[in-house]
Ligand binder design. Structure first.
Ligand SMILES: [Zn+2]
Ligand SMILES: [Zn+2]
Length: 373
């Protein structure tokens, strides 16, 4: 069912493939390079071109990846002009970096969740104190140093902020015949999954093989609350680990209804010379157990005494994961779990930045009781 159109690198980069679903629908997989590398390597971004009556592309790789995508598409016999629409799985730069360039060269329209349409814009007068007003709202919480963002992100932000978006809402939305989007916030507040008939499910970064997607943080909600549509009133509905686990449950439900889905992730479909097939139910259960274990570990650390997220990260993660920006990624990851432990009343924020255990242990039953929203 997988035809490798052209050999690429052993991490899958630059290796266009053709997937033919049992109904005959073809999906072209277009993996584009990621530069993050090192200990937190995700592997290339897998973008997917669906050859339905009106072909559409899901995701566009990092900034500047347009020409690579077009070239890979051509190797599959599709030209840029054939693309009717581009759908954004979520607003992370490794997925929408090439978007503006692809819109310019194909003329395709852009479809994305309505929160995406808000977050990519600039709000110089509405930006809360302490954030960089020159960034779009999506990046008000960014922890990368200014030197990095002025070099790598400015052009991307400015171009992306000019895009016209056809908004997709929270409810099931139809993209084409038997093609529907599901809103699955948590890894990102604007994340979508796309169901193709009863045959394939494109999951973006919400479910990945081999690696666990990082959850966003509830705390980001307060920064952007004012610029979101007024119906978004609860942080936990769109940001953070609770939202993420509810979205996993939503995908699990889809997997129960459609039992033979080919699951197409945003990373690691192919990596280190092997294919990763995803059993949706199994992988979702693994991911949920992973977060239960991580909450348990963090609570154990807190029971020894109150700690900041950075101290917890230093105690929990292996040292090689904490080098460079690794420490900030680890800290963020810990904070997502601390937010859940606070929601379950197992921890409290004391003073400014330290968390303390309360003595209870409710997090596991809270996580297991979460249902799709
Ligand atoms: Zn992502
Ligand atoms: Zn990604």
């Amino acid at each position: 069912m997988v035809e490798v159109i052209r050999k690429g690198e052993e991490n899958g980069n630059n290796m266009p493939i053709r997937l033919t679903l049992p109904s005959g629908v073809e999906i072209i997989g277009l993996p584009t390079e990621n530069f993050y590398g090192g200990e937190w390597d995700l592997g290339p971004t897998w973008n997917y071109l669906l050859l339905t009556d009106r072909p559409f592309l899901v995701d566009t790789g990092k900034f500047g990846m347009g020409p690579k995508l077009l070239e890979m598409m051509e190797s599959a016999g599709v030209s840029g002009g054939d693309v009717d629409a581009i759908v954004v799985s979520h607003g992370h730069e490794d997925h929408d970096g090439g978007l503006f360039g692809m819109v310019e060269s194909t003329g395709a329209k852009v479809k994305a969740h309505r929160i995406y349409d808000r977050l990519i814009r600039f709000y110089p007068t509405k930006a809360p104190a302490g954030v960089n007003k020159n960034f779009p709202a999506s990046c008000w919480h960014c922890f990368m140093p200014e030197s990095f963002s002025s070099q790598h992100c400015l052009g991307y932000h400015q171009e992306r902020g000019r895009l016209k978006i056809e908004q997709i809402g929270d409810d099931l939305c139809t993209l084409g015949e038997a093609i529907h989007t599901y809103y699955v916030p948590g890894h990102s507040p604007d994340a979508l999954a796309i169901l193709v008939g009863d045959e394939a499910l494109i999951v973006g970064d919400t479910v990945l093989p081999e690696i666990t997607p990082f959850p966003s943080r509830e705390a980001f909600f307060e920064q952007v609350r004012e610029i979101l549509a007024p119906e978004y009133t609860r942080a936990q509905s769109i940001y953070g680990l609770l939202a993420y686990i509810r979205s996993l449950r939503k995908l699990e439900q889809i997997g129960r209804t459609f039992t033979d889905l080919l699951v197409l992730p945003g990373h690691r479909l192919f990596y280190n010379n092997h294919w990763n097939e995803i059993d949706l139910q199994l992988r979702i259960n693994e991911l949920i157990e992973h977060h239960i274990d991580r909450c348990a570990d963090i609570l154990k650390i807190l029971k020894k005494g109150q700690r900041t997220a950075r101290e917890i990260a230093a105690a929990h993660f292996e040292e090689h994961l904490l080098k460079g920006v690794g420490i900030m990624m680890a800290e963020n990851e810990v904070l997502s779990h601390c937010e859940l432990l606070c929601a379950s009343n197992d921890a409290v924020l004391t003073g400014d930045r330290e968390f303390a255990a309360t003595g209870s242990s409710n997090f596991e039953s809270l996580i297991r009781s979460l249902e799709a929203e």
